[in-house]
Design a binder for this molecule. Structure first.
Ligand SMILES: [Mn+2]
Length: 283
């Protein structure tokens, strides 16, 4: 699968990303929100045509910059998806599905830091934030191995936060923190091994070590970033073997050299076991 960060309704960038996902032999694209903004028909049509060209389907979680008044009016089909086009589906908050052995969960939403500059129902929508009801329903529905989100759960220091939050009114910082707290409550209940998110427009990877579970967190960049910062292509079958979630041998420390998946040695190392290919590469 290809996983892509924010596109902000940027047709050229999104079409380029879809072509890149096709060239990388991805079978499906999961986009992490700030996908459509006002969902212009021309944007959706262009992406649908590009997806058809590559034989791909795209599912997106909602971000914060989406016209929720329109999006949430679109019907949900029997399979739980909102079909905006033949090959473009919205993954509603709390949607669960299974790919191979992996149980997957979509949790969109985040709070806008620039709300003060925006107009309700025109460029800002209150439905952007996770509600307590949504948190309750999702946490009650059990575990999953993989989560696709727009926001990042509390407890992770996303690079660039100080710059991003400079000058933001305290009320909005509080709302932002509350949404991240709510997402963390979901993560504590779901205990995924991997979580991808957008929203912060930063490509980075971090480990959420909650003591009794660990989650590898991947943040992805935005449109206008180099494509490798916006999109990664991941071998779904190899997801459970990430070096940071695979129990390390012996003392329990995470040591890349203790796992043959993590390195391609130029000369034999006595701990290399077999020749498994590392399952994940940058886009
Ligand atoms: Mn964004």
């Amino acid at each position: 699968m290809a996983v892509a960060g924010d596109w902000h309704a940027d047709t050229d960038y999104a079409v380029g990303a879809i072509a890149r996902a096709g060239a990388r032999a991805a079978d499906v694209i999961v986009q992490l929100g700030d996908f459509g903004y006002t969902f212009r028909p021309a944007y959706l049509d262009s992406l649908d045509a590009a997806l058809a060209e590559e034989g791909l389907v795209l599912g997106f979680v909602d971000g914060n910059h989406e016209d929720f008044d329109w999006l949430l009016q679109q019907p949900i089909a029997d399979d739980g998806l909102r079909y905006l086009r033949e090959r473009i589906v919205h993954l509603p908050r709390g949607l669960r599905w299974q790919w191979g052995q992996l149980r997957c969960l979509a949790v969109g939403g985040a709070c806008s830091l620039d709300k003060i500059l925006r107009t309700p129902h025109t460029s800002w929508w209150s439905q952007e934030a996770l509600s307590a009801d949504e948190v309750g329903a999702i946490t009650a529905a059990g575990g999953a191995e993989v989560m696709f989100c727009h926001d990042c759960p509390a407890g992770i220091a996303v690079p660039g936060s100080a710059r991003r939050e400079a000058g933001v009114p305290p009320d909005e910082l509080r709302a932002t923190a509350e949404n991240r707290d709510r997402l963390r409550m979901i993560v504590d209940a779901v205990r995924p091994i991997r979580l991808w998110h957008g929203h912060f427009h930063q490509r980075y990877q971090s480990l959420l070590d909650a003591g009794d579970y660990r989650t590898v967190i991947d943040g992805l960049g935005r449109n206008s970033d180099p494509i490798d910062n916006n999109m990664v292509v991941v071998d779904v079958a190899a997801l459970g073997r990430h070096v940071a979630v695979t129990p390390a041998s012996g003392d329990g420390r995470v040591n890349p050299f203790a796992d043959a998946d993590a390195v391609t040695p130029t000369r034999p190392l006595n701990r290399v076991r077999g020749s498994r290919r590392r399952g994940e590469t940058p886009a």
